[in-house]
Ligand binder design. Sequence first.
Ligand code: ADP
Ligand code: ZN
Length: 514
Amino acid sequence: MEEVVLLETLKEYFGYESFRPLQKKIIENIFKKKDNLVIMPTGGGKSICYQLPAILLPEITLVISPLIALMKDQVDGLNANGVPAAFLNSSQEEADKQAIFQKIDKKEIKLLYVAPESLQFVDRFLSDGKVSLIAIDEAHCISSWGHDFRPAYTQLGYLKNRFPSTPVLALTATADKATRNDICRQLNIPDAKKHVASFDRKNLSLDVKQGIKRFEQISQFLKNRQKESGIIYCLSRKTTEELAGKLKAKGFKAEAYHAGLAHLERSQIQDDFINDEKQIICATIAFGMGIDKSNIRWVIHYNMPKNLEGYYQEIGRAGRDGLPSDTLLFHSYADVIQLQKFASNAKNEDVQLAKLDRMKQYSEALSCRRKILLSYFGEFLEEDCGNCDICRNPPEFFEGTVIAQKALSCIFRLKGTEPIGTVIDVLRGSQNEVIRRNGYEQLSTYNIGNDISWRHWQQYLIQLINLGYVEIAFDRNNHLRLTEQAKKVLFEKETVYLADVQEEQLKTPEEKAA
Ligand code: ADP
Ligand code: ZN
């Protein structure tokens, strides 16, 4: 497809002058009939990637979307822009469905939004060659590695078999590397080109504070924010209500929001917030999905989120207009213990616990938090961000290149097949079953770090993970393995600075709580 045609279509139907980074490349790939996986933060411009090709492609485009509530908005928006679109989901009457089928027969529809549960209807009358493109929105829902697994998504893998010559476009705002690979595997698009947009939201400040006297800290935070809109995320419904009550008593227009409220009440609160009638929403994570309010100036996490994807998505609701906005996370060991309990009852316990661990490491970080957050999404920031509490108030550092070299070469010798505990045991020359069984005493890195305590090593390794030299393979029993960046330390003598570890930080949650 010629570039001028793409640009003309973009202008005519969407009113934009140019494509955002990646949009053009993705669209061109679709016209080459290739499969694509798009990872872009919320607000990055994913919809254009399939809506624009849909207008130009000869046959219909299927859009699989999990959110029935949002489907109607999207379809109304498209129709208003002159793009014939419709949706199919379980909330519709049979007659409405029949009317849509007839329109499809007459080729009067370019985009058809379908809930995964309703795919069987489509299956009845569409065949390969009669579908130009299959877009799968919120594709991370297919993966139990992701944070929003939906069973109905798991059947989507059959689409590629059913429509082998139709390109598939999978889109998501939240996918770590393990989830990305899992999405492609499950959708049967192993060769999909992966397009990863930057997740960096420079206008969001990042702050973490100890979760003590939280309400006093929040009152302090709100002192110069009398008019600004914000969200406070809490773990339990009860907390949202208590907090909203206390804020109301202080004269704030605050409201609690959670899944226990009636549907009508919830949409009223949502509207009031969007129209600035309510200033503060104290909410569980039920709040926010699909809310398009550009001037949210701050987000507070009263409790720790259970993983970094959720955290990133929730703070990402602030500052969509690009103006400076603040985020504050309260770090509490009681929360960690509570979340550990939730995670250990989950089906994929290992994954959830490992993700919680990353969340905890982020909260306890000693180096630029944005670097840590972005490295979780596979991005490497060259410079510290200057807009997080650590950058503004850095801890004491020492030159830890030798320590880093020892740790990295040990992981290298272990070929990325052991978790953090075994790596430390090898470094410290421990004697145990795993070491003996694998003959790790023979490794050149065995016992090269016995001058450093077990817990210090643990802290240093966490720092190396946070610095982006090491990653945790969630899909392989949490084994540690080296990243590309590690080569700089091992082979190019890159200097590594590590933070001095305070005794306080070496205590376990239980010890600290005591
Ligand atoms: P996502 O689905 O990734 O969350 P959207 O597709 O809803 O993002 O797009 C986010 C916003 O950016 C929308 O208001 C959209 O109209 C706008 N947008 C998308 N592409 C462009 C572009 N090329 N130029 C200007 N604005 C764009
Ligand atoms: Zn920083």
